[in-house]
Design a protein around this ligand. Structure first.
Ligand SMILES: *Cc1c(COP(=O)(O)O)cnc(C)c1O
Length: 419
């Protein structure tokens, strides 16, 4: 439907929902009726199936079958079986992804493996990333380079336009987050990866805000490594294990220092020395939190009922509508869009600054419109096409308009530990 010459009102948004090819997938989720959930970029909603699956894991697999379940319930295989299920969503092959550990830990492994692969070239001493990257990505690079103490330097850039000037033959690794967690800025994966390779650098992508949100083609882009979360757009559950991707051609050279027994070629041979397994499972370390890991499948199963092209189409329609409505209906307020307008540069979120952003977000949350807040002064709204309706966009903007028009927010709202 074209929005030109059309009056956008609640009824119009209801019609968009009626024509939405993904509308029925909302039934796969259990969302409270009095909530408009625009924070699936931080913690995805609960798939209905997760409750039954959790019960099965706890009562049958753990309670009744006990230790047999490592084999009979596929527990031991889970990191790789889930990785195979996730692979198509990020343009990877089966056998290239494991679901394991946290994104921070997986970053450490990928960073360490990359530096190891580059260690033959003693002048490659820099890791380039963005100052605006999610802090843990920078912190993990800092921690590793300080630990190995070989003169590695971390170079922080402020704009992707700097890349052609800073990537050079001293670059060991370029590490970028594909979609920025604050602004929703989406990097051009293929072009940037090619730039890194022209200079002999390796390319690590963090897909925390991409997996399940935007189409990703890791192999087509010839990326070297990727990591990402399953608890955001993939709806795996709070703190569900993350993933790491290592393409086939890099696996033999992928060596990281967290050489635990799950990455051993023959874990139950109980040998006294480490020998990595040939495939992607060398990226594993130790025993996984099975109750949490098992639920990741419930989120991934829902993606099997659609495809990333349909998800992308709806995602852009949702964020376009939200941006347009906020700018039209809250025009008299000091809101600043920090998310790119160009589709090619936008992830699945829309962020606006407001001088009282934290207080306004608290007021929104108090009336069941849930987004979140990130410094500095940024209100963040995430759009998960699997369960967000166009009418939710309308209602959220009307809530925002009422709060702003009538100053229904507490300028001195106290900060919670998690914002
Ligand atoms: C959410 C997010 C993380 C989270 O890392 P954890 O180890 O799961 O806490 C890391 N990096 C980016 C870019 C993120 O958006």
């Amino acid at each position: 439907m074209s929005t030109e010459n059309t009056v956008i009102d609640r009824h119009y948004c209801e019609q968009l929902d009626q024509h939405d090819a993904l509308a029925t997938l909302r039934d796969e989720f259990d969302l409270p009726h009095d909530v408009i959930y625009l924070d699936g970029n931080s913690l995805g909603a609960r798939p209905k199936a997760a409750l039954q699956r959790a019960q099965q894991v706890v009562t049958q697999e753990w309670g009744t079958d006990l230790i047999k379940s490592w084999n009979t319930a596929g527990w031991f295989a889970l990191p790789s079986s889930l990785g195979d299920q996730l692979a198509p969503l990020i343009g990877a092959e089966a056998g290239e992804v494991v679901v394991t550990d946290s994104t921070s830990i997986n970053l450490f492994k990928a960073l360490a493996a990359a530096l190891h692969m580059q260690s033959g070239d003693s002048k490659r001493k820099t890791i380039i990333t963005e100052r605006s990257n999610f802090p843990t990505d920078i912190y993990m690079a800092e921690g590793l380079t300080r630990w190995v103490d070989r003169g590695y330097r971390i170079v922080l850039i402020d704009s992707p336009e700097e890349l052609p000037h800073v990537v050079n033959d001293e670059t060991a690794l370029l590490m970028l987050t594909h979609v920025n967690y604050r602004t929703g800025y989406l990097h051009e994966m293929s072009a940037i990866t090619a730039l890194a390779h022209q200079h002999g650098a390796l390319m690590l992508w963090d897909l925390a805000h991409s997996a399940g949100a935007v189409p990703v083609q890791l192999n087509a882009a010839k990326a070297d490594f990727a990591v990402g979360c399953t608890y955001k757009y993939l709806n795996g559950g709070p703190g569900s294990p993350a993933f790491i991707w290592v393409p086939q051609h890099h696996q033999a050279a992928f060596n990281h220092p967290l050489s635990g027994w799950w990455g051993h070629a023959n874990p139950f041979a109980m040998q006294a020395s480490f020998a990595p397994t040939p495939g992607i499972r060398r990226a594993l370390c130790g025993t996984q939190p099975i109750t949490s890991l098992a639920l990741v499948a419930c989120g991934l199963d829902i993606f099997g009922k659609t495809d990333m092209q349909a998800i992308r189409k709806k995602s852009l329609a949702l964020t376009d509508l939200f941006i347009q409505l906020v700018e039209n209906r809250c025009a008299s307020h000091p809101l600043g869009l920090v998310t790119p307008r160009a589709h090619a540069q936008r992830g699945s979120q829309a962020s606006f600054t407001h001088p009282y952003g934290y207080a306004v977000m608290q007021a929104l949350i108090a009336r069941g419109i849930i987004g979140d807040y990130r410094e500095p002064a940024i209100m963040r709204f995430g759009f998960t096409p699997l369960y967000t309706r166009f009418v939710d966009v309308w209602d959220a903007v009307e809530g925002l308009r009422d709060i702003l028009d009538n100053e229904r927010y507490d300028k001195h709202a106290e900060r919670h530990a998690v914002t």
